[in-house]
Design a protein around this ligand. Structure first.
Ligand code: FAD
Length: 511
């Protein structure tokens, strides 16, 4: 039993919830949305009275944008960002000649081949309100701002969590079947669970100045995601932070050189002038803050029915722009798995796969961000980490216009077949397990996805391949074997009442 406060009398919960999410950062909001979209009741608590106003993450990756697009949020997200090419510009000052280098995010041309969407340069303080508004649209979700977790007792049937109203200081206790700690780098829940962090907690320190200045006028068509300036007195990075000439200028201070780094507004403005190369620039300084570069991984992501997600599970330096993206993608993974278990579509062992599948990704991104050259890696190397094992994206026609193969993924299992599909369709109705939707692809699309004529591919909600079969496979044995190998629910879902299998026959491309 872990406890932050030590109650003398065991508290009686005043309410219960299937899932309690702590924190409304990207990890908490994504977990809650994923659950709410599956109809799972979720309570979200956040210590702050309102969302953070700090721009922080500005690089939203390909896979993260695919998830946001699948929720219909792409346009809203992009509306708060700027159009850039995913290259890092390097030069002595912004005004001087320099070079543009490829980054680990795909170029526009590469994105057009890979994905129905593309990375976005959008600040976190635009993305979070879009996510919160989307979440509040679901009856299943309740969000309490100004409410913090101050006590936790882990029990065999869940967690007894003490919540405190930050304003009134009043407390109450809630029982949560599952607890999701999305409470950031200094996670209260992680500490209460006694889970340690491994890795350097202070690699270096950086100072970020948020300011407004008409730098796009200077840059013209050199519109990139990040600008590194090498001016000997002002070496640092300029990062676009949304619309309206909003920028962040960041300088990294090695701890050995300058342990208590801090800048006045005048000092920041001077550095921005030097770095931009515009001697008469008058930047409007809006905020100056310091942040620590840490590269740490939690010893474990789970204890009983409590899960760590996002920065609570891993601290990733801004190098490479993967901290928030890892948080969102892991939160999505945890969200659909919790939903499947709570809906009775899978057994609780499915939740073990959250850590086995997401830890290697987090470990990779933590290590990459600690590498001084980690930010310079290319898309060919890092895209497989971002996209994970999701199925190939191929555009295909539909009555509503072109749709991506990724758009066909459902909340349960999705079976893609290419031609000779009748036996697969029949098999799909006879296999017990989660809801299963069958999509019969035309020959060209099937080929693009890697399904030979008469073969099939089974995908999870996140697009990961659960099974792939060549022609000549016995569909019933193949599907049964694969579905049975998945962690199964204690009861079998009756698809006749839960969700009927449906078949969607895509129009033939050539016809
Ligand atoms: C300068 C900078 C630039 C960055 N750039 C990028 C980038 O380009 N791309 C990228 O992917 N990532 C980037 N990151 C990292 C990114 O900002 C984080 O990884 C991301 O915010 C993690 O989200 P989270 O939801 O896990 O945690 P957080 O965003 O920290 O949210 C945690 C929330 O939990 C709340 N909370 C804490 N304790 C409690 C409690 N006891 N009770 C209730 N609520 C509580 C907090 O108030 C907070 O709102 C950057 C970070 C910085 C600092």
């Amino acid at each position: 039993m872990n406890s932050l406060t030590t109650p003398t009398v065991p508290p009686i919960p005043s309410a219960s919830t299937p899932v309690l999410v702590v924190g409304t950062g990207p990890a908490g909001l994504t977990t809650a949305i994923t659950l709410a979209r599956q109809g799972i009741e979720v309570l979200v608590v956040e210590r702050r009275p309102a969302l953070s106003g700090l721009p922080r993450a500005a690089s939203v990756s390909t896979r993260t944008m695919e998830l946001l697009r699948s929720w219909g949020l792409e346009q809203e997200i992009r509306a708060g960002g700027v159009e850039v090419e995913w290259k890092q510009w390097v030069g002595p000052t912004l005004a001087a000649a320099g070079d543009a280098h490829l980054t680990s995010f795909p170029t526009r041309e590469q994105s057009a081949v890979l994905s129905p969407t593309a990375p976005a340069s959008v600040p976190q303080d635009h993305l979070e309100p879009v996510l919160l508004e989307h979440l509040l649209g679901f009856d299943a979700a309740r969000v309490e701002m100004g409410t913090e977790v101050v006590g936790l007792d882990s029990r065999s049937d869940g967690s007894l969590v003490t919540l405190r109203d930050v304003e009134t200081r009043g407390t109450r206790t809630v029982h949560a079947r599952y607890l999701v700690a999305a409470d950031g780098a200094r996670s209260t829940v992680r500490d209460a669970l006694g889970i340690g962090m491994r890795g350097p907690g202070r690699l270096s320190q950086a100072i970020g100045t948020e300011f407004r200045a008409p730098l796009w006028e200077l840059l013209g068509d050199r519109r990139y995601c990040i600008y590194a300036v090498t001016h000997p007195e002002a070496a640092g990075v300029f990062v676009p932070a949304g619309r309206g000439d909003r920028w962040v200028y960041g300088v990294e201070h090695e701890l050995a050189q300058e342990p208590s780094a801090s800048l006045t507004e005048e000092q920041s403005a001077r550095l921005i002038r030097l770095g931009s190369g515009l001697a008469d620039l008058e930047p409007r300084i809006e905020r100056i803050g310091t942040f620590t570069f840490a590269a740490q991984l939690a010893d474990r992501f789970r204890q009983g029915s409590a899960f760590l997600v996002g920065d609570a599970a891993h601290r990733i330096t801004p190098r490479g722009g993967t901290g928030m993206n890892t948080a969102i993608q892991s939160a999505y993974d945890l969200g659909w798995k919790l939903a499947w278990v709570l809906r009775g579509w899978a057994g609780p062992q499915l939740l073990d796969t959250y850590e086995t599948e997401r830890r290697p990704v987090a470990a990779h991104n933590v290590a990459r961000s600690a590498d001084p050259h980690g930010g310079a890696r290319l898309a060919a190397q890092e895209l497989p980490v971002d996209l994970g094992g999701r199925i190939v994206h191929v555009w295909l026609p539909s009555r509503a216009g072109a749709v991506s193969t990724l758009d066909l993924l459902g909340p349960g299992l999705t079976l893609f077949t290419g031609g000779s599909s009748a036996s697969w369709q029949r098999a799909a109705t006879s296999v017990p397990g989660p809801p299963l939707v069958v999509h019969v692809l035309d020959a060209i699309t099937a080929r693009g996805v890697g399904i030979p004529h008469g073969g099939a591919l089974l995908a999870r909600p996140d697009g990961a391949t659960a099974g792939w079969w060549p022609p000549g496979t016995d569909p019933v044995a193949a599907l049964r074997g694969t579905v049975q190998a998945m962690p199964s629910a204690s009861h079998t879902v009756d698809r006749r009442t839960e969700q009927r299998p449906t078949w969607h026959c895509m129009a033939d491309r050539q016809g």
